[in-house]
Design a protein around this ligand. Structure first.
Ligand code: FAD
Length: 289
């Protein structure tokens, strides 16, 4: 299928893009095009004008410090996935990006675009939320930073206002004595997950469990993070893992569709909760060595 007619411009400077966007609120920003172009081609969305940001060199960067990882709006999924320093400082990025789509899509699709697209079945919106990250947006009025907790306000809906372009995202480093794991079930590797989650687990000085936070995808309309720490007050074993799955389900809203029934998604959430927490615990212990 072909999209409806639209006009197109490809500014070389961010200021030009911001001015063009301010002048036409009906326009859309084109980043990797891996979500927007299929939606336009299927006429699930129509756009009067596309503002292609791919010529704006200053948006193409990945900066790693001991504080965390900052990446620009043109950092491709594949670049962030392959970035060894980013992986060392915040390993959740690499772990989750391994599940995003297929190699060709990761080569072009941007991680910031994925965040702005705000699909609760996508990996990166929930990762940003789980890690307590931020998105920086710019407009002709200036810049502002939006915390992930305030960013995702509905299905495919964010707190970005008219004329705002996302310029970069930031995720803090993994703290000491913490471990991570990410896993999901999809019909084929690279498809959107039927259910998935990432876990960040912190160990106390005495080796006990200090914190367990789990971020789920494909089982709610917006990214959700559940604090499961209470379930592990007496340590980690088969019964605490079962309790964690049940506690998580109290806050999830698995729904049925052509890919899976609601019951099946709920069962995946239980099974994956136990599996991913176990893996995050092992990862935290391994990082102590
Ligand atoms: P685009 O498609 O260019 O834009 C998406 C939306 O965000 C548009 O509304 C656009 O206007 C807006 N936008 C983009 N960048 C900005 C910006 N800087 N400022 C303001 N607005 C902006 N994703 C997953 O997470 N997991 C998957 O398993 C997965 N599987 C896929 C399978 C297939 C077959 C395909 C085609 C895509 C899949 N994707 C998946 C989507 C892919 O990750 C996209 O790259 C991503 O969702 C959007 O990034 P993009 O750069 O392509 O954005």
């Amino acid at each position: 299928m072909k999209p409806a007619a639209f006009t197109f411009q490809r500014p070389a400077e961010l200021s030009e893009a911001l001015a063009a966007y301010a002048a036409n609120p009906g326009a859309k920003i084109l980043a990797g095009g891996q979500s927007l172009i299929p939606l336009m081609s299927m006429r699930l969305t129509t756009v009067s004008e596309l503002i292609d940001i791919n010529g704006i060199g200053e948006l193409s960067f990945i900066d790693v410090s001991e504080a965390g990882v900052r990446f620009g709006a043109l950092a491709r999924h594949a670049e962030l996935h392959a970035h060894e320093e980013a992986r060392r400082v915040q390993p959740m990025l690499h772990a989750a990006l391994s599940h995003v789509a297929h190699a060709t899509i990761r080569n072009r699709g941007t991680t910031v675009g994925s965040i702005v697209h705000a699909d609760a079945s996508g990996e990166m919106p929930v990762v940003l939320t789980l890690l307590g990250g931020t998105l920086t947006v710019a407009s002709t009025e200036g810049r502002r930073e939006i915390a992930a907790d305030d960013l995702f306000i509905g299905p495919l809906e964010t707190a970005l206002e008219s004329g705002e372009i996302a310029v970069e995202a930031f995720v803090p480093a993994l703290p000491a004595r913490h471990g991570i794991a990410f896993d999901e079930i999809a019909r084929r590797h690279g498809d959107y997950a039927l259910c998935g989650l990432g876990v960040v687990l912190g160990l106390a000085e005495d080796g006990g469990i200090e914190s367990v936070r789990a971020g789920y995808l494909s089982v709610t309309e917006t990214p959700i993070v559940v604090d499961l720490t209470d379930c592990f007050a007496d340590g980690i074993d088969a019964s605490s893992l079962v309790a964690a799955g049940e506690k998580a389900l109290e806050q999830l809203e698995p729904e049925g569709d052509i890919h899976a029934s609601a019951e099946y998604r709920a069962q995946l959430a239980r099974t994956l909760t136990a599996r991913v927490i176990t893996a995050a615990h092992a990862d935290a212990k391994a990082r102590l060595d």
